[in-house]
Design a protein around this ligand. Structure first.
Ligand code: CP
Length: 305
């Protein structure tokens, strides 16, 4: 049972609890009326200290579709954080108005801190370059829907693996599934953090690193492309030098398997050419839609009757 619980890191829910969310999300997808009133009378606070399109809007859409309501801010400049209010005080306030809090922050560990001050569940919608567990639920549900199961897969992560919080969360989550092999494709400066590599080693997950997308491409069942995270760089020159290291285009897609699934948490910048969008293996827009279904399942399970 996940009722009343917070979600801060991808492994806060066990495999069975995560699987239950996917089953629920699939029911919601096929039956538009399912759980429609389960959050009637409940309020969700969305506190976004960083920009977002998908996460905030899909959470709000999810809550509204479940019969609940939302309040919050999309720009910290319009909140009292701009006057110097601490995160702890902001969270205490939001918790006294709402039944759950969804929060995004540029600071690693902010959602965990918030959960210590909040008497209502806190959902981490991204904390700096650390984790993004509801994107992981979205990614896993998409893999499950498009590949039938989450096992016996070689998954490639390409791009900014240092700062990409969606990569950290998904790699950690995949470690719990059977026969998963990971290939990390990045420039030297943007390799996967050591703490993730250690976690994978400790959990006996097969993985390797390469600089070449072309070399990795033929082996992949799932390719997870990522944007170079401009907002996390200390200087613009490094960003400009690294931002277009990997661009997935039609030519590179010819190296992939026929049943390859191409994912991207979005937003994309240049790393997937628009010409790839019409390839049936490009699943990133479908993935964003699954995000709403799985967030509906999450809110109904945490808050619903
Ligand atoms: N995938 C994701 O987190 O997108 P947003 O930044 O638009 O929320």
């Amino acid at each position: 049972m996940i009722k009343g619980r917070s979600l801060i890191e991808p492994d806060n829910f066990n495999l069975e609890e995560t699987d239950d969310l996917f089953v629920l999300a699939e029911k919601i997808e096929t039956d538009g009326q399912y759980l429609r009133e389960s959050c009637r009378g409940k309020l969700l606070a969305t506190l976004f200290f960083e920009p977002s399109t998908r996460t905030r809007l899909s959470f709000e859409a999810a809550m509204l579709r479940l019969g609940g309501s939302c309040l919050g801010f999309a720009d910290p400049g319009s909140s009292s954080a701009a006057k110097g209010e601490s995160l702890a005080d902001t969270v205490r306030m939001a918790a006294s108005y709402a039944d759950a809090i969804v929060m995004r922050s540029p600071k690693e560990g902010a959602a965990l801190l918030a959960s210590h001050y909040s008497p209502v569940p806190v959902i981490n919608a991204g904390d700096g370059g650390h984790h993004h567990p509801t994107q992981t639920l979205t990614d896993l549900l998409t893999i499950r829907r498009l590949r039938g199961d989450i096992k016996n897969l070689t998954v490639g992560f390409c791009g900014d693996l240092k700062f990409g919080r969606t990569v950290h969360s998904l790699a950690k989550a995949l470690a719990r599934y059977e026969k998963i092999s990971l290939i990390f494709v990045s420039p030297e400066e943007l390799v996967i953090p050591e703490y993730i590599a250690h976690y994978l080693q400790k959990n006996n997950v097969e993985f390797r690193e390469t600089r070449s997308l072309e070399e990795a491409m033929p082996q992949l069942d799932v390719l997870y492309m990522t944007r170079v995270q401009r907002e996390r760089f200390f200087n613009e020159e490094d960003y400009i030098r690294l931002k277009d290291t990997y661009v997935l285009n039609k030519e590179r897609m010819t190296l992939g398997k026929n049943n390859l699934v191409v994912l991207h948490p979005l937003p994309r910048v240049n790393e997937i050419a628009v010409e790839v969008d019409s390839d049936p293996r490009a699943a990133y827009f479908k993935q964003a839609k699954y995000g709403m279904y799985v967030r509906m399942a999450l809110l109904a399970s945490i808050l619903g009757e």
